[in-house]
Design a protein around this ligand. Structure first.
Ligand SMILES: *[C@@H]1O[C@H](CO)[C@@H](O)[C@H](O)[C@H]1NC(C)=O
Length: 176
C-alpha cells in the first residue's frame, strides 16, 4: 500500500514539473521550430511576429532577456527584448508590436519550451504560440503536442507555420 502511494506521489510531482517549468531552466540557446497565431499575417513573411529565437537569459532582477532575429528587407536583424515579470508567477510582459503578456504552457527545458503570448494592440489583440527547441528540430511527438495546444486555443491548422522549412537566420546566429 505504501508503495502505491509513493508511486502516486511521484506521478503527481512528475505531472506538476511538466506543467509549470521553472523559468530558471530555460536559459540558453534556442531555435524557433513552429509558430502559430489566430492572426496569420503577423507570422507570415514580413509579419511583425515572425521572429527566430537565439537565446534566453534569466537576469538577476528576474526579468527575461530574449534574443532573436527578424528579417527586415531581406536581412537578418538581431534584436534583444527584456520582458518584465508580473505579480503572477511565470507571467511576463513585453512591449513589441503593442503590449504582450506571455507565459510557458509546456516545456521540457532540456528539449523544448512552448510560449503562449497574448498581444493587445490598442484593443485589437491576437494570440501567438511559439515552440522553441534546444536543437534545430524536435521530435514529431512534441510537434504533435504543439498542434494540439494551438487547436485548444482556437488556432486552425492552416495558421501553424513550420519555421524549419524557411530561412530562420541560422547563418546569422554566430555573428553579433
Ligand atoms: C516582404 O518584404 C520584402 C522587402 O520589402 C518584399 O520584397 C516582399 O515582397 C515582401 N513579402 C511579402 C509576402 O509581402
Amino acid at each position: 500500500m505504501k508503495m502505491l502511494w509513493l508511486c502516486v506521489a511521484l506521478a503527481l510531482v512528475g505531472a506538476q514539473k511538466e506543467a509549470a517549468a521553472d523559468v530558471s531552466e530555460i536559459s540558453g540557446e534556442w531555435y524557433s521550430i513552429l509558430l502559430s497565431s489566430d492572426d496569420r499575417e503577423k507570422i507570415e513573411e514580413n509579419g511583425s511576429m515572425r521572429v527566430f529565437a537565439r537565446r534566453i537569459d534569466v537576469l538577476e532582477d528576474s526579468s527575461l532577456s530574449v534574443k532573436f532575429h527578424a528579417i527586415v528587407n531581406g536581412e537578418c536583424v538581431a534584436h534583444e527584448l527584456v520582458a518584465d515579470p508580473t505579480e503572477e508567477e511565470g507571467v511576463y510582459t513585453v512591449e513589441y508590436d503593442g503590449h504582450n503578456v506571455f507565459h510557458i504552457i509546456d516545456a521540457d527545458p532540456d528539449e523544448y519550451v512552448i510560449f503562449y503570448v497574448k498581444n493587445d494592440n490598442n484593443g485589437e489583440g491576437y494570440q501567438l504560440i511559439h515552440l522553441l527547441g534546444r536543437e534545430p528540430d524536435v521530435s514529431s511527438e512534441i510537434r504533435e503536442k504543439f498542434v494540439q495546444l494551438s487547436q485548444e486555443h482556437g488556432i486552425v491548422k492552416e495558421n501553424i507555420l513550420d519555421l524549419t522549412k524557411t530561412d530562420r537566420c541560422l547563418q546569422a546566429r554566430d555573428q553579433a
